[in-house]
Every structure is written in structure tokens, then in C-alpha cells.
Write a protein that binds this ligand. Structure first.
Ligand SMILES: Cc1cc2nc3c(=O)[nH]c(=O)nc-3n(C[C@H](O)[C@H](O)[C@H](O)COP(=O)(O)OP(=O)(O)OC[C@H]3O[C@@H](n4cnc5c(N)ncnc54)[C@H](O)[C@@H]3O)c2cc1C
Length: 471
């Protein structure tokens, strides 16, 4: 019997869709990567449904591709080699919230914005907010090890996941619980942290216990523009030197600012490189902090400075609009450049360097893009050294494809030379596999890849979970 019939019999036909028009929606990632040969998309509604799916896939040796909303930018979610897609979009319940413990328990298909909307009523938030948070799911964010704009203060998913329920790809489709409900937790080797960022290659997450934190009383923002990158970076250094920890410290390079601004349609005076700073404060201190930030920016020769004293105001006044359009600006530019082409590819890099090396990194990136003759969009999280240069190309043009792939590797080498890493938050997927090997070699730690292969074999002996990703 075919696995699709088996799954229909076990789960009911409404949970197993093989209509090609619907299946095709689950083949793609935003970069333009596209899978094929998918027999069906399966929509579990419980941990037991997930176990049935894994049991069948194990028996029939069919590949499984777990998916949240498939917004991965690294090739971690698309079904590269065919099989079945397991979409967690129907496992979207918030199961429990406990303010005293500071935890929320959720199913993996809960979207991050939905979670925050729910937590708002309690005066709490989940602070990891990838720019895709309107659709990105908790399960997807856990498995990419996602970060976001607030990373400078709140880190990434690995800092906020306390415990997980997991279905393993063994003959029994075992369901296990790892981690705790408490911040302090020693359970031998830290399997919870191993799963965070494992990109669906080790197990299927069916429940997660997350930490939550109070919504700050007030936040203040400045959006400032600079002629010289050094002055912009100096502002961030000065802010840090004064012991202020911004929860947002974003940057965008001047040409990208103009393209993203046009796309965002905001009426903001914006000349030069852009810095967006957000700081949370007690209400009484808001005005003093805002004036202080303005002063620091001015001392470092900022030209235009725009301000807001709440996140709502910042959004209303368009302070986020330019930064949020980095990836879209490259997609638009590439579509314009390539005219009628149906399929375009956009590679967005995700390197990280120590924040003290950021100016060198930006100059290096501009030099590399110039040498290749690429129009690159460039911005990122200046507070934690995470940069997202992006270029687009025609995947049907072999010469252009090869040159972009070379650029991609050269950018990763730049990060390594500056003491950084090839990926901060998007993960490895298929796109950064070569980069991971280069990073391991640069550390003299080729053994790292061997260890990862060994771990993969222990968790997934038949190699059916998201094959071909990471290693
Ligand atoms: C416009 C845009 C902006 C973005 N901004 C950011 C950003 O600021 N920061 C950032 O870190 N990322 C960003 N991303 C990347 C991506 O959106 C995030 O990593 C997001 O968390 C992925 O969520 P998802 O639900 O789409 O997961 P998917 O893309 O569906 O999956 C991601 C990975 O998780 C696995 N997976 C999903 N669910 C499960 C499960 N239940 N069990 C096991 N494995 C599972 C998948 O197999 C895959 O390997 C951005 C993407 C876009 C398109």
C-alpha cells in the first residue's frame, strides 16, 4: 500500500492532502528554492497524529519534511528530495501560561505574533521576533534557532526554550519530554539545546515550554542617518559605554536605505546610513533617555533624527518601515532587473562578526560586492554584529549562479577572518552546508561535522528526517 493511503486510513482523509495545486504551495521558500516529488502534505492535529505519521514513514522509508510557515531563508524547510511534508499549522494551540513561573506552553504551529497578542493581556511578551513573526511559527523558530531585532538584548531562541516534547524517528516513533519548566535545570547532557537549531533533522517538536518576560513599561526610539559609517558605529559604541543596553540596534547601508524607503512608501527624511535604536525605560526616565540618545547621535554627526516614545508611534511614523524592507528591496530589484523571469533567486547572508569589527565587515562586504559588480542590499543587527547582505540572480543563468555562489562563500570567509561565524540566526539548511565545513576547517575542528553525523544517526537511524539539511 502507498504511504498516502496508509496515512489517510490512520488519520482521516482531511489531514492528508495530495492535490498537486495545494502541494505546490508547500514546496517553496522565500529565497526561490523549490522542492519536488512530494506525495502529500500531512496536517497533524496532535502529538499522536505525529507519531502515526512517523511510524508510517519509518516503515515505508519515506522522507519527512517538517514545516511551520516555510519562511526559512537557508533552505532548511523545502522538500529537497521528495517525500511527505508535515505541516504543523493545525497544531496551533496555546496550552498554558503561568506568570509566576514565567512560562508559556504551546503547540509548535502557534505563530509568534499570535503568541505575543495573547501574552499582551498578561503584560508579558515572548521577545524573539524574527521579521517574519506575522507568520513564523514557534516550531520553525525553535528549529532554525531564530533571532530577530531584539537579539541585542534578548538573544535568540536557545535562550528562551526551557523544555520540549519531541517525536523521534525510531521504530516506535517514541515521544519524549526533555528539559524543564524551570530556568534552572540539569538533566545530564542538554538535549533541549541540541534540538534548538537542529532544523527538523533530529525529531519533530510537538510541544514547547518557553520563557516569557514582562513588556517594558515604556520604550523610546531614535532613527538617525549618518554620512559616515564610522560615526554611526561610534554612536552604538558610546551607547554601550554608558551602560545602556538597547533592545534594538539596527543598521542599514545608504543605498539600501533609498531602495527600501521607496518600497516602503514612507515620508521620512533619510540621507545616508541608517541607525535605529530602541531602549526600554521606566516611564519617569523616558524623556531623559530620549534626549540623551539624541544628544549622542548629534555628537556623532547624525543628520536627520526621528523619534518615537512608544512602539505603536514608531510603527505609525514609519521608523521600522525602511529596515523591514531589506529582503523585499532585493526581491524587487532582482525582479525589475530580470524582467519577465518567473523564478528569481535571492540569497540573503546571515553572517555574524564581533560588534567591534562591524565597520571592517561592512567595508569588506562593499568591496566584495563591488568586485563582483553586484547590487547588494545591506543591513542588519548592528548591536549583536549580525549582518544580512543580499543579492539576487537568475537561477537559469549558470554563470550568474556560479558567481553568486562564489560571492556567498567569500562573504562567509570574510566573517570567519574577522572572528565571526557563517550563520547567526537563519541556520544552515542546504545553502550553508559548504560554509559549515569551511567554518569547521577554519577552527581546526573538522571533527565537529563527524560528531554531528554521529548524533544524526543516533536520533534518526534511517535518515528520514529532513534529509540533506545541515550536514
Ligand atoms: C521576510 C523575512 C524576514 C525574516 N527575518 C528573520 C529574522 O529577523 N530573524 C530570523 O532568525 N529569521 C528570520 N527569517 C527566517 C525565518 O522566518 C525564521 O527562521 C522563522 O523562525 C521560521 O519559521 P517558520 O515557521 O516559517 O519555519 P519553517 O521555515 O517552516 O521551518 C524552519 C525549520 O524548522 C523545521 N521545523 C518547523 N517546524 C518544526 C517542528 N514542529 N518540528 C521539527 N522541525 C520543525 C523545518 O523543517 C525547518 O528546518 C525571516 C524570513 C523572512 C521571509
Amino acid at each position: 500500500m502507498d504511504i498516502v493511503d496508509v496515512l489517510r486510513r490512520k488519520l482521516g482523509k482531511e489531514k492528508v492532502i495530495d492535490d498537486p495545486a495545494i502541494v505546490s504551495i508547500y514546496l517553496r521558500e522565500p529565497s526561490g528554492l523549490r522542492g519536488s516529488n512530494v506525495k502529500a502534505v500531512v496536517f497533524p492535529e496532535s502529538g499522536e497524529d505525529v507519531r502515526e505519521i512517523v511510524k508510517a514513514a519509518y516503515e515505508y522509508e519515506v522522507y519527512i519534511y517538517p514545516q511551520g510557515s516555510s519562511t526559512s531563508l537557508s533552505g532548511s524547510a523545502y522538500p529537497e528530495k521528495g517525500g511527505i511534508v508535515v505541516s504543523f499549522e493545525r497544531m496551533n494551540k496555546i496550552l498554558d501560561v503561568n506568570i509566576i513561573d514565567g512560562t508559556v506552553t504551546v503547540q509548535p504551529g502557534v505563530r509568534i505574533d499570535e503568541l505575543n497578542e495573547f501574552l499582551k493581556e498578561y503584560g508579558y511578551m515572548f521577545p524573539v521576533d524574527p521579521a517574519s513573526s506575522a507568520v513564523a511559527t514557534v516550531g520553525g523558530a525553535i528549529n532554525t534557532g531564530a533571532g530577530g531585532m531584539k537579539g541585542v538584548k534578548y538573544g535568540t531562541m536557545r535562550d528562551w526554550v526551557l523544555g520540549l516534547e519531541l517525536v523521534l524517528a525510531d521504530s516506535n516513533a517514541s515521544k519524549i519530554r526533555i528539559g524543564c519548566r524551570t530556568v534552572k535545570c540539569r538533566q545530564g547532557l542538554d538535549l533541549t539545546r541540541l534540538i534548538v537549531g537542529s532544523e527538523g533533522t533530529l525529531g519533530l517538536v510537538t510541544e514547547a515550554i518557553l520563557r516569557i518576560t514582562p513588556i517594558p513599561e515604556q520604550v523610546v526610539y531614535i532613527l538617525a542617518f549618518y554620512e559616515r559609517l564610522e560615526d554611526l558605529a561610534q554612536t552604538v559604541i558610546d551607547v554601550k559605554k554608558e551602560g545602556i543596553t538597547p533592545f534594538i540596534a539596527e543598521f542599514m547601508e545608504e543605498e539600501t536605505v533609498q531602495r527600501a524607503k521607496k518600497l516602503a512608501g514612507v515620508d521620512i527624511e533619510a540621507r545616508g546610513h541608517m541607525l535605529l535604536l530602541g531602549v526600554d525605560v521606566y516611564r519617569e526616565a523616558a524623556e531623559r533617555m530620549l534626549n540623551h540618545l539624541i544628544d549622542l547621535a548629534k555628537r556623532n554627526k547624525a543628520r536627520e533624527i526621528h523619534t518615537a516614545t512608544s512602539t505603536e508611534e514608531a510603527y505609525d511614523r514609519g521608523l521600522f518601515a525602511i529596515r523591514k524592507n531589506l529582503f523585499t528591496a532585493q526581491v524587487h530589484y532582482t525582479r525589475e532587473r530580470l524582467g519577465e523571469k518567473e523564478n528569481v533567486m535571492v540569497l540573503i547572508e546571515d553572517i555574524v562578526v564581533p560588534p567591534s569589527r562591524l565597520v571592517e565587515a561592512v567595508k569588506g562586504l562593499k568591496e566584495i560586492a563591488g568586485r563582483y559588480g553586484f547590487t547588494m542590499m545591506l543591513g542588519g543587527h548592528i548591536g549583536d554584529g549580525n549582518l544580512h547582505p543580499a543579492v539576487g540572480y537568475d537561477p537559469e543563468d549558470p554563470v550568474e549562479t556560479r558567481r553568486v555562489e562564489e560571492w556567498y562563500i567569500e562573504v562567509m570567509r570574510l566573517a570567519l577572518n574577522l572572528g565571526g561565524s557563517i550563520s547567526a540566526e537563519h541556520g544552515i539548511g542546504t545553502l550553508k552546508k559548504k560554509g559549515l565545513v569551511i567554518e569547521a576547517e577554519s577552527l581546526g575542528s573538522e571533527k565537529m561535522i563527524e560528531l554531528m553525523r554521529g548524533i544524526k544517526r543516533v536520533f534518526d537511524p534511517k535518515g528520514i528526517l529532513n534529509p540533506g539539511k545541515i550536514i
